[in-house]
Design a protein around this ligand. Sequence first.
Ligand SMILES: *Cc1c(COP(=O)(O)O)cnc(C)c1O
Length: 352
Amino acid sequence: MTTEFKFNTVEESRIDKVNLKELPFGSVFSDHQFQMEFKGGEWQQGVFGPYGDMTLSPAAMGLHYGQAIFEGMKAFRQPDGSVALFRPMENIRRFNKSAERMSMALLDEGLFLNALIELIKLDEQWVPDGSESSLYIRPFMFASEAHVGVRPSDEYRFIIFTCPVGPYYKGNVRVKVETFFTRAAPGGTGYAKAAGNYAASLQPTAMARDEGYDQILWTDAVEHKYIEESGTMNVVFVLNGKLVSPSVGDTVLSGVTRDSVLRLAAYKGYEIEERKVAVAELKAGAESGALTEAFGVGTAATMTPIEAIGFPGVDVALPPVESWKLMPDLAKTLDDLRRGKGEDPFGWRVVI
Ligand SMILES: *Cc1c(COP(=O)(O)O)cnc(C)c1O
C-alpha cells in the first residue's frame, strides 16, 4: 500500500448480500470508493472509504453551472484469478481532456492510475468471474464550491466507485437518423464526457422512442448530412466489406472501444476506413445491400447491433444480425483480449 493515500476501510464487507451471478447493470456498488478534494489551489490527500451517501452544499457550483465530468471503464477477471484493467491510461487522459474543456482541476495521471489500482485491490472480491460480467468503474468529478455566480469553481470533488455488472443487453436496436436536434457542434463540448451532454440528449431520444426507435443516429450540427455517433456510443458500419467509422474530432467523442475495435480489425487484416460518412451514402448502401452490418461501440455494452435505420421518410432494415460476420468476430476477439484468453498484441491489459 502506498502512503500517498489514506485508508479508512469498512469493518464488514457487504458482499455476502450480493449475488454476483445475477447482476443488474449499475445498481450494485462495491464496498469502497476513492475520494479526493481540490481546494486552496491543490489536491488534498486521497481517501479510500466506504461507498455511501455524501454531504454537499446546495450551492455546490456543479449543481448549478454544470462543471461535472465522468469516465466509464471496466476491469476483468483473468483465467489465473488475477484482475486486469483495459487500456486505463486512455480513460485517464480523456478525463483530463474533459476537465480542461470544463475549466476544472486536472489530475496527476500516475496518481489517478494508482488510485484505480488500489481501489480494485481493496474490492478485488467484487470483480465477478462470469463470462459476461465485469467490474464497471466510474471515476467522476464535479465543482463542489458553495458559491452563486458563474465562474470556474475553486473547489472540486473527485470520486471513483465501482459496480460489479452483468451483461448490458440492449438487444438489437432500431436507430433514427436525427436531422433536427444535435448532440455536438464544432467548437462545443462533444469530445468531453461532460454531464450536460447527456442531459441534452435525453429529450430527443425520448422523442425518437415515441416514433418507434430505440436510439438516435446523430448527424453533424451544421448540415445534418454526416453521421457522427449512435446514442452514447460510437458507430461502425460494414460497407462493401470494409469497416467504416466516422472520424473522431471535436464533435465525435474518441471512444476507447471504437479505437480498440478498429485497431484489432486492422491487425486481423480487415480493411478499415476512418472518414466522413454521409447519410446519403449510408442510405444508398442500405438500399443496395452494400451495408451489411452496423453497430454501436462503447464500454458499457461493448457492441450493439443496429437492425434497422430510420432515414428521413424511409426505414431500411439491415440483413438479419444472425448472418453478420465481422461484428461477431471482432466482439469475440476484443472480449477474449480483455478477459486474458486471447492475444494482446498491443499490450492493452494492465494486470493489477
Ligand atoms: C463514452 C462515450 C463513447 C464510448 O467511449 P468508450 O471509451 O468506448 O466507452 C462514445 N460516445 C460518447 C458520446 C460517449 O460518451
